[in-house]
Design a protein around this ligand. Structure first.
Ligand code: AMP
Ligand code: ZN
Ligand code: FE
Ligand code: FE
Length: 286
């Protein structure tokens, strides 16, 4: 059999990607992927549409979600939840809380931008998002289109990133809450792009992973568009040491992260076996 590849980390218009769930699945098919997991921020709203399209196209699909957890600056901790039940009441109330956290934060960003002389309104941002999950990439896209910056990246560096003048934090779950919520929704929690934790050394990274393990962590993302060979090695080592599932994905966002191609994580393709192991582990929970 020829080798088969998957993508277990990508975003659609249900959060801050620029392709609809259907379009992401179609692109996965054109990219010769045999399975996909959609991992929109704070919502599972794209899953039904993506699952229906995947079924039609004959590729496998697993619902997923990506949640930001509390973590000391300048790091960020994102937890992926795979195989969550879209009908779970825990999940529904969780996503409501997370979206409310965004709705509290976003007007503050816009007010600050206006104060800085940028012509932008909350209404424009909501139109850009076109859905419930409104994020900084939507704001960045408007800043880019209006010519305030020459790229999405520059919009973050100049205005929106941690440490930039229009940065405001949103309320987050603690790691414990995030992992519990995913487990209680029938899903498996996986630590995303560990490089973004910005740990100072391997000992500190090990402690973070060990603490998450005690809270129910099931896997670690090995391949990701931010992961260089050093971080792939670190994450593979942690997966072996703590018997964690290995996952990987591009973190595709369409034109909101134009340099990222679906199915490719910094030159790496994600093996089908990793998806199969995730599916098996999810099935064992049922
Ligand atoms: P939010 O969920 O609204 O806080 O925005 C998070 C999104 O912004 C994620 O997709 C991140 O990958 C993206 N993001 C965060 N920091 C940067 C950055 N410095 N450059 C580009 N995208 C970023
Ligand atoms: Zn995103
Ligand atoms: Fe992330
Ligand atoms: Fe992501």
């Amino acid at each position: 059999m020829s080798e088969s590849f998957v993508d277990l980390h990508c975003h659609s218009t249900a959060s801050d990607g620029t392709l609809s769930p259907t379009e992401v699945v179609r692109l996965a098919v054109r990219s010769n992927l045999s399975a996909l997991s959609l991992t929109d921020h704070d919502t599972i709203d794209g899953a039904a549409e993506a699952a229906a399209e995947a079924k039609k196209a004959g590729i496998d699909f697993m619902p997923g979600i990506e949640i930001s957890a509390e973590y000391p600056h300048p790091g960020t901790m994102h937890i992926l939840g795979y195989g969550v039940d879209p009908h779970s009441e825990t999940l529904k109330s969780l996503t409501k809380t997370l979206i409310a956290g965004r709705d509290n934060r976003n007007p503050r960003i816009i007010a600050k931008l206006q104060e800085m002389g940028v012509a932008i309104t909350m209404e424009e941002v909501e139109n850009e998002a076109g859905g419930q999950v409104v994020g900084r990439p939507h704001i960045a896209a408007i800043l880019h289109r209006k010519g305030y910056v020459s790229s999405i990246k520059e919009a973050f560096n100049k205005y929106l990133a941690q440490g930039a003048p229009a940065y405001f934090d949103k309320e987050r779950l603690t790691p414990k809450q995030a992992l519990e919520m995913i487990r209680n929704s029938g899903g498996l929690p996986v630590l995303a792009h560990a490089i973004q934790l910005r740990t100072d050394n391997d000992g500190q990274l090990d402690r973070v992973v060990k603490d998450l393990l005690d809270l129910g962590l099931a896997g670690i993302e090995v391949f990701h568009s931010d992961h260089n060979p050093e971080w792939i090695r670190k994450c593979e080592g942690l997966a072996a040491k703590y018997k964690l599932l290995k996952t990987g994905g591009s973190d595709f966002h369409g034109t909101n992260k134009a340099h990222i191609q679906l199915g490719v994580a910094r030159g790496h393709r994600v093996p089908r076996e990793w998806f199969d192991a995730l599916v098996a582990k999810c099935a064992a929970l049922k």
